[in-house]
Design a protein around this ligand. Structure first.
Ligand code: ADP
Length: 332
């Protein structure tokens, strides 16, 4: 069928030649009709094959000029060229689609960064100008304004540090050094780091061990401490002042799970899936008051996944949240 369709022109022409020969059968005789028709058919088919080959090579040459990687070898038929071109154009449109979504992501990312930087920069600018315009002469006011300026500088530093971490993670430069670690030491270190933050927020953090306290896990202790700090800070930040936070350590199969549970504001169901996205904030006004870059949870997720482990969240509005991540247990 395909052969017939590909050589339709030759076939029709041969048929016409046959008709003409039949018309002149008195002059040609039966033998003449057969010979002339046969020779014409061979000639027509050969001619069409040549023309097709020429067209094919021309098409391939033009396509190669546009994209040298397109054809490694000359395809055997025009149909094959068409198939390859269709495949190529599908790949091109997929690539274009991905490029567009990356471009959109890049634009949003830059927009978010400038938005985050704008707030502290404008406030620093405002305080400095007010100080220069005379507020500096009143030492009490000057001190108050300088303290606020320092807070904005801290916020910018935190944002820049988080941005640096994100860009390192994305460029594959964020190295994870896996070692057996005594979990108790890691948690104690985290508690020491957070001591003044916990006191400042009048919070209480209780560690509950449902596994042996000498349990060891495989991890990069500095990174996992960063994860734990971040989750505990969030649990305190997004709870009323004076709330209590539980850090529960339990195990299942070959994994140790660390849950950070709070009785805070919780996260609406519709936002749960997005809290690990960069710059995603549930309550913009509250989170901005509390500081924070909006990058914390996305860094946390990257770190946990770089350990080939998982982090999950469960939350109910006005009831509280549980962030839980796993680590591989050292078997003894
Ligand atoms: P941020 O710097 O804003 O805290 P994160 O990436 O750490 O950024 O968190 C993203 C958002 O997830 C927060 O802005 C907050 O709305 C929400 N969130 C995170 N942890 C909690 C929690 N324990 N309880 C309620 N909301 C939380």
């Amino acid at each position: 069928m395909k052969v017939l369709r590909n050589n339709l022109t030759s076939l029709i022409s041969s048929f016409l030649v046959l008709l003409v020969c039949i018309f002149f059968r008195d002059t040609l005789g039966l033998q003449g009709v057969v010979i002339v028709s046969f020779i014409s058919a061979v000639f027509l088919f050969a001619f069409e094959a040549l023309v097709r080959r020429y067209a094919l090579e021309k098409t391939v040459a033009i396509m190669k000029e546009h994209d040298p990687a397109l054809f490694k070898e000359t395809p055997e038929s025009i149909e094959r060229v068409e198939e390859e071109i269709a495949l190529w154009s599908k790949k091109q449109s997929e690539f274009l689609e991905e490029y567009r979504s990356r471009e959109q992501f890049r634009r949003e990312y830059i927009g978010n960064i400038s938005h985050e930087l704008k707030t502290p920069i404008f406030s620093i600018q405002g305080y400095i100008h007010t100080l220069l315009d005379g507020a500096m002469d009143d030492s009490k006011v000057a001190k108050k304004f300088l303290k606020r300026t320092a807070k904005s500088v801290d916020r910018m530093t935190e944002l820049v540090k988080d941005l640096e971490a994100i860009s390192k993670i994305e460029s594959g430069l964020y190295e994870i050094q896996l070692r057996p670690v005594v979990l108790l030491n890691l948690i104690d270190d985290s508690m020491d780091t957070l001591e003044s933050f916990i006191t400042k927020h009048k919070a209480e953090v209780e560690v509950v061990w449902e596994v042996n306290k000498d349990v060891q896990v495989v991890c990069d202790s500095a990174r996992i401490e960063q994860v734990l700090d971040n989750l505990i800070v969030n649990a305190i930040k997004y709870s009323p002042v004076g709330s209590s936070v539980l850090v529960v350590i339990h195990e299942k199969n070959d994994s140790v799970f660390i849950d950070v549970r709070d009785h805070g504001f919780g996260i609406p169901e519709g936002d749960l899936a997005r809290v690990f996205e960069r710059f995603y904030r549930v309550d913009k006004a509250r989170t901005r008051n509390e500081g924070g870059s909006g990058l914390g949870l996305s860094i946390v997720k990257h770190i946990v996944e770089a350990h080939s482990e998982e982090i999950t969240v469960n939350s109910k509005e006005r009831v509280g949240s549980v962030f839980s991540f796993s680590l591989a247990k050292v078997m003894r």
